[in-house]
Each structure stands twice: as structure tokens, then as C-alpha cells.
Design a protein around this ligand. Sequence first.
Ligand SMILES: Cc1ncc(COP(=O)(O)O)c(C=O)c1O
Length: 352
Amino acid sequence: MTGYKIKFNGIDRLYDEYSWRLTRRAKQVWSQGNVLQGQYLEKFEKELAKKYKRKYAVAVGSATDGLYFALRCANITINDTVVCPALSYIATSGSIKRIGCNIDYIDTDKNGNIDVLKISDMALPKALVYVNLFGNVAEYETLKNICKRRGTLLIEDAAQSQGAKYKKQLSGTLGDISVFSFDPMKNMPSFGGGGAVLTDNKDHYETIKSLRRHGNGGNFEYGYNSLLSDDHANQLLFLLSKFDKLQKLRKKVYQRYQKNLPQFNFIGADNPHDSSYHKLVLLVEKRDELKKWLQGEGIETKIHYAKTLDDSGTYPNAESFCKQAISLPIYPFLNTHEIDLVCNKIRKFYDV
Ligand SMILES: Cc1ncc(COP(=O)(O)O)c(C=O)c1O
């Protein structure tokens, strides 16, 4: 119990909607006793790869691990460089720090994504990790061309963008390797987190599959055990079958916010590609005061993100997002009354 009238995360609503089916799915696994690396995990990986038209999908313990495993495919040494955006969740740069190499951070464009125009002059990186921030896709074709020219591994951090599209191409296919998150905050959450890595490259697939569990009987890889359990995989199989429907509901929530708040600046609103509507982020003046006021009204909001991933103070766009961004509750079963209430309170605060 958070004490909020309107909570930021709606995974409990998802459970309310599908409770007996989700519970039955979990029990199905528990009762037959094969709870790790079993048939449900295998089936989930197959279905996920099929849905995203990729040759391989490997489920892992988290997207944080997935990004790190993806980077391991690029044979990076500590003298190498990896490029990533200056604005994202800490897991994006954290995976590179775990490798231990240099990082070149790039400022964001006006949609909050990596500014592709700022990449071209940089030294040849071994890998480029980019994010479709808040569910809005970055300039994939430009990124792909830059990476192709330089022989750089393009890694799509798709933790926030499952369901988004670049032109007609689904997020999850927008990189040599793409990584999803099933964290409880994400568009397709498991009731316990998890992640998946998707690729068409057999060598990368084998590396990642081996890394997730101590080398999996091949060469030992010391120190890794990163599994998605079969009960979560079985629940995710169900949620995958409902995913498009849930995305439509999420989009409706986003559109109602937009209709109610025409005076406000929604990050990504100008992005021509289909968003996953993962986060609804406004850029506002007096952001901290607004957050406090909404809290007093029983409405939970978050700040994504309070700081840039690098604190050198050289990313003016990203830094201005950090000062102005506020994320409002968005999930498929947020009802119209609740959306209207949040919007009315915001309008009241600004007297518009
Ligand atoms: C952009 C981004 N990358 C990576 C992650 C890490 O995901 P996980 O929680 O599954 O490790 C997140 C999760 O919040 C994220 O938002």
C-alpha cells in the first residue's frame, strides 16, 4: 500500500484483470516441478523470437545482464570505447562500466534520444548502445549506417520500447542485438522481472546463452547465473499473446492525456514513428513544485531522470530534460476518471 490514490505503476491492475490465468500459469510450472530451464522457458524464447522475427531469443535474469552479455559479444578490451546516450536509466551505462572500457556519452536530441548528428565525428567505437527512451524510437537508420561503416556492434536497449516501431520495423529488431526488460515497470512485465536478448547472429546467440549460466557445460564462464524462471516465462507467454491488446489500451491512455493537456510539452510528441508509450513525460517549469503538489493530491509521479549518466556538465539538452521532466502514471488499466483527475490537477496547478 503506497497511500497514493493513483499509483505510478499498474502491475497490480494487470493482475486484477488476468489473475486466475496468471496464477494458473504459475501453478502449472510449480506442480510439474521443472522450474528452471524447462519447457516453458524454451517455448517462451521461441514465441518471442517468432513475434519479433528474429532467429534467436535468449531469456536472462534482467535487461541489465542482457546488455552486459550483448557487449561481451563485441570482444571489448579496457582500452576500447563504447558509445551511449548521456540520458537513460543507469543500467545502460552500467553495463559498459561492468565491461570496464571507456565510454563516450552523447547528448540527446529534442525527443530525448541519442543525437545521431553528434556521433559521426567520434573515434571508432567497438560498440554503440542506444536507447529508445520512454518508448520513442531513435534515428535507427542513421545509427545502423554509422555502425555498418565502422564495423561497430549496434546494441538496441529496448527495455522501454517493446511495442514501438521505426517505420514498419518493430523495436526488438533495431540492432545487431536487442535487449528487452520484463521488469514490473515495463510494458510486458513479469511478476518478478527478467529480460531477453534477441539477435540473428548464431555466434552472438551462443555466447549469450553460454554466459547466462556459468558457460552451460562448454568453457566455464565464472560468476554468471542469470535465468528467467519457468513460472515467469509461462506468465510472459500469456502476456505476449495479450501484448498488442494491452498496447492499444496504453496508447488510448496516452492520447487522453494529450487531449486533456494540449498546452503541455510531451517528450517525443514530434517523433514520427510509433511509440511504445512506455513513459509519459512532460517538460514543465516548476517541476519539483508540481510533483509535490500532485503528491499532496494523492497522485504518484516520478522523475526520469534526475541526473545525466555522466556528470561532466557537457550535455545541455540532456541536462535541461533533467531539470524539467516529470513522468505521469501510464498503464493499460488506468481509467478515464483517473486520467482526467491527474490532468485537472495539473491544469489547476498552472491555472490553465
Ligand atoms: C533504458 C533501460 N535499460 C535497461 C534497464 C534495465 O532493465 P532491468 O531492470 O530488466 O535490468 C531499464 C530498466 O529500467 C531501462 O529503463
